[in-house]
Design a protein around this ligand. Structure first.
Ligand SMILES: [Zn+2]
Ligand SMILES: [Zn+2]
Ligand SMILES: [Zn+2]
Length: 137
């Protein structure tokens, strides 16, 4: 997902193009990592002095409903990042310091789903948390 694709999704769903929305998406595109609503507020409040936490949170929820952003909860706080471009099934290593992610292409379900044949699995979540190379050095 990039800004142009995100804008197209919004337009197709009948949502207004606003500078605020565009700037929020630009922030996610530039940062390429998980950001909290607070991070977004801190980055945009100089440009939009009246911006409320509520407005940001509403837009972030909208973006994630439209699959523009993906959300997860890290250390008790909801964080968002641009959805991955690949449709291939994968999981993420997530750095808790900087919020950057790396793809993992092996899936733990591959070895688990044969262990519970009576349970029909319809979905799963799997994330690995830690510190990335940059944050460790
Ligand atoms: Zn990914
Ligand atoms: Zn890091
Ligand atoms: Zn998986």
């Amino acid at each position: 997902m990039n800004i142009d694709q995100a804008m197209t999704v919004l337009k197709d769903k009948g949502y207004k193009h606003t500078d605020k929305r565009a700037d929020m998406l630009k922030l996610f595109a530039d940062q390429k990592r998980y950001l909290s609503a607070k991070d977004v507020l801190e980055s945009l409040q100089d440009e939009y002095p009246g911006l409320s936490f509520d407005t940001i949170y509403r837009n972030l929820s909208l973006f994630s409903d439209l699959n523009i952003l993906e959300a997860t909860e890290l250390e008790g706080e909801k964080r968002f990042r641009f959805s991955c471009a690949t449709s291939e099934h994968h999981h993420h290593l997530i750095c808790l310091d900087c919020g950057k992610t790396k793809h993992i292409h092996s899936c733990p379900m591959d070895s688990l789903d044969t262990m519970y044949p009576d349970f029909e699995v319809t979905g799963h979540k799997f994330e690995i948390y830690g510190k990335c190379e940059e944050c460790r050095s």
